[in-house]
Design a protein around this ligand. Structure first.
Ligand SMILES: Nc1ncnc2c1ncn2[C@@H]1O[C@H](COP(=O)(O)OP(=O)(O)OP(=O)(O)O)[C@@H](O)[C@H]1O
Ligand SMILES: [Mg+2]
Length: 305
């Protein structure tokens, strides 16, 4: 048997609801052990696509392969390879986290006590697992949802906006668990969000979806070091400006800082020259990642809250 590299493969997926074509020929692949981000503004079609992946709704046309097997051919068998949080995971607030997991385990074949212990540990809920769920924070509930999704040892984890409604600490927690699951357990993960900043930190690759189409797939770790916008906080600013001007850099001045279009490799040269010209440098920051620029161009802007 040849090794199956793509854990999830989607080919030319379409979904029509009534006359409205919501997904228009979407294709993507998620490799083994990879965290793939599904990024797009509200209404782009993320949830609709994910609902098709987990068998909650059927595609109008196109193919979904999980571990090389078509979902449409053997639904029940193929869905066993998936763990998902799509709609809010259903929990009983008056039961403990542990009892919720036990209850869920009873509905699945072959789940042992060891499996439960394992997922509780994986999501770091050991100390609170006997508390009632109604006493959990939103982040803890999300973690319990993750534990539930992982209980039957899926190979592919599918999460629709798992950090929705969480505070920055909660977001960071979920992000760390997701990254860890991919790295330590070799799990493939597809995770949706409308927040680029979050996706950049969590994912290996990001697919940008707009109006039901995959517009672009970006590799997060392939850094683009050309044409960055660097913001120089320097004093005296006039002297620095003179230097950038003389040396042919494109720049403008905003908020008392000089924003310079520059390749990363040229930054040390500017530092040396400015210091030699007796300019004090307080900070140099990258204004905006090139990925962010491209995402905003593609989607026509998206909220960052
Ligand atoms: N059952 C439905 N009937 C009709 N239209 C639908 C249905 N479900 C979704 N849509 C439409 O499909 C489009 C995509 O919706 P979807 O929920 O997939 O977007 P999303 O990317 O998940 O957005 P969000 O970031 O807001 O969650 C939207 O225009 C939505 O109104
Ligand atoms: Mg959605």
């Amino acid at each position: 048997m040849t090794e199956q590299k793509a854990m999830l493969q989607i080919n030319d997926l379409h979904k029509k609801i009534g006359k409205h074509e919501i997904i228009k020929g979407l294709s993507l692949e998620v490799n083994k052990g990879e965290v793939f981000g599904f990024l797009g503004p509200n209404g782009a079609g993320k949830t609709t696509t994910i609902r098709m992946m987990v068998g909650l709704t059927t595609p109008t046309s196109g193919q979904i392969l999980i571990g090389g097997e078509a979902l449409s051919n053997n639904r029940k068998h193929v869905l066993k390879k998936i763990g998902a949080i799509v709609e809010n995971p259903e929990m009983y607030p008056f039961l403990s986290g542990l009892d919720n997991l036990k209850h869920y385990a009873r509905m699945q074949p072959n789940i042992t006590k060891e499996d439960i212990d394992r997922v509780v540990k994986l999501v770091g809920l050991e100390h609170r697992i006997k508390d009632k769920v109604k006493k959990y924070s939103l982040g803890m509930r999300q973690r319990l949802g993750l534990a539930q999704a992982l209980l039957h040892k899926p190979e592919l984890l599918i999460l629709d906006e798992p950090t929705n409604g969480l505070d920055p600490a909660g977001i960071r927690e979920i992000r760390d668990y997701i990254r860890n699951l991919a790295k330590e357990e070799g799990l493939s993960v597809i995770v949706s969000s409308h927040l680029l900043s979050e996706m950049e930190l969590m994912c290996d690759r990001i697919g940008i979806i707009k109006d039901g189409e995959m517009i672009r797939i970006e590799n997060v770790h392939e850094q683009n070091n050309q044409n960055l916008i660097m913001s120089y906080d320097v004093n005296p600013i006039e002297k620095a400006e003179q230097w950038f001007k003389t040396n042919g850099y494109e720049y403008n001045i905003q908020d008392n800082q000089i924003k310079v279009k520059i390749n990363k490799e040229d930054v040390p040269i500017t530092v040396q020259a400015l210091v030699a010209a007796s300019v004090s440098i307080y900070s140099i920051n990258e204004e905006r990642s090139s990925l962010e620029d491209r995402f905003l161009n593609i989607t026509g802007g998206v909220s960052h809250d």
